[in-house]
Design a protein around this ligand. Structure first.
Ligand SMILES: C[S@@+](CC[C@H](N)C(=O)[O-])C[C@H]1O[C@@H](n2cnc3c(N)ncnc32)[C@H](O)[C@@H]1O
Ligand code: SF4
Ligand code: SF4
Length: 351
């Protein structure tokens, strides 16, 4: 028992942050052509005003000054912007390595060709939540969503652009991950990832149970072994299946996703936040220039403090150095308490 119970005080001294983040996610628009039932940024759709091209360029200049090398262009739907290729062109001039996250439905042959011109595009992530048109399209609120997303993937691959496929894990697709991973491999994408649904009152009907989550974690663990020529990203608790991961109550707590440590996001209205899904709780307008905000803004201090104060079983668990007590956005969505332990984790540190 003594071995399994941590000393009840998560250490945070070594939670040191990079002087400048490795990656910055930029929400370049609050607009979207879809109305997905789960979308955490759907509230943003109410605000139609997006930052102008000149303002986005000014932000990119700031990031360049701060020695940021990697940017992810996201949003609601980044490709909805008519000036998207101009933004890419500016990012190209400034030598950013760019990733894009899109629902894929707006990718036409012409757009794929334009994207292919920018050799600084590292990869494009496209969401596929099910290979059943009925399930994907209902979830995505559009009867053509799956067909168009698959067309988008094919066009990108044809134009030699690296594609990552992303699935939001739900109770209607948790048994489908192998099928979607097989599809990802077959179509020639290089990376498959899933992500636990960040809950809210409207989407909680899609949330997986703890058993369904465990099934998905095991399944992805097996899929990773199955494919040695495609990267399969793991869910938080894959280490529970890895016999080599030590249980060590003395190791310090961590922020596994790197939010606030090595990465941050900029909201569509230019607020800086460690986590885009928690921007309503932790964000602050970019006033003083990016570097100063990253280094001095209290929002990051408040954010990192959470990890010293997680309550319940994760506080005493010797794996907390591995999972950080779970994704805070997921935990908050499920419990409404940012300090709660991870409700999906099946591990019992007290046993
Ligand atoms: C906000 S979207 C932006 C890019 C694009 N519009 C798309 O849907 O792929 C980025 C990713 O977040 C996922 N997402 C949206 N709401 C979510 C939620 N509540 N929980 C987890 N992932 C979510 C989307 O499915 C998508 O894979
Ligand atoms: S396509 Fe993306 S941004 Fe648009 S509603 Fe769906 S999840 Fe949200
Ligand atoms: S989520 Fe909590 S209980 Fe589960 S392994 Fe991580 S720290 Fe331990």
């Amino acid at each position: 028992m003594e071995n399994t119970i941590a000393k009840n005080k998560p250490k945070i001294n070594s939670l040191s942050r990079l002087l400048t983040p490795d990656t910055v996610y930029i929400d370049i628009t609050p607009r979207c052509n879809l109305r997905c039932q789960h979308c955490y940024s759907s509230k943003n759709g109410l605000y139609k005003k997006e930052k102008s091209y000149a303002e986005i360029c000014d932000l990119l200049k700031e990031l360049s000054k701060a020695h940021i090398f990697k940017v992810h262009l996201v949003g609601r739907e980044p490709l909805i912007r008519k000036d998207f290729s101009k933004i890419l062109s500016f990012a190209y001039e400034r030598k950013f390595s760019v990733r894009i996250a899109t629902n894929g439905t707006l990718i036409t042959p012409d757009i794929a060709k334009v994207l292919a011109e920018y050799k600084n595009i590292n990869s494009v992530q496209i969401s596929i939540d099910s290979l059943s048109p009925k399930k994907h399209n209902e979830f995505r609120g559009n009867s053509q969503a799956l067909q168009l997303a698959i067309r988008g993937i094919e066009l990108l691959i044809k134009n030699n652009i690296k594609v990552c496929i992303a699935t939001t894990l739900t109770n209607f697709n948790y048994r489908e991950l192998k099928n979607i991973a097989d599809f990802t491999h077959k179509i020639g994408a290089y990376y498959y990832r899933t992500r636990l649904l960040i809950g809210n009152p409207l989407n909680k009907k899609f949330q997986v149970s703890k058993d369904q989550y465990r099934y998905a974690v095991q399944n992805l663990f097996d899929i990773k072994d199955y494919y040695n020529d495609m990267t399969v990203e793991q869910l938080h608790h894959s280490f529970l299946f890895d016999k080599l991961v030590e249980y060590n109550p003395d190791k310090e707590i961590t922020v596994p996703c790197g939010a606030g440590i090595s990465r941050c996001s900029i909201t569509y209205d230019f607020k800086i936040t460690p986590c885009i899904a928690l921007a309503h709780l932790f964000s602050s307008p970019l006033k003083e220039g990016f570097s100063d905000e990253w280094q001095k803004n209290n929002v990051f201090h408040k954010w990192l403090k959470i990890f010293t104060k997680i309550k319940g079983k994760c506080r005493i668990c010797g794996y907390r150095y591995k999972c950080g007590g779970g994704c805070r956005a997921n935990v908050f969505g499920a419990t409404n308490n940012i300090f709660s332990s991870d409700p999906w984790c099946w591990f019992r540190p007290d046993k």
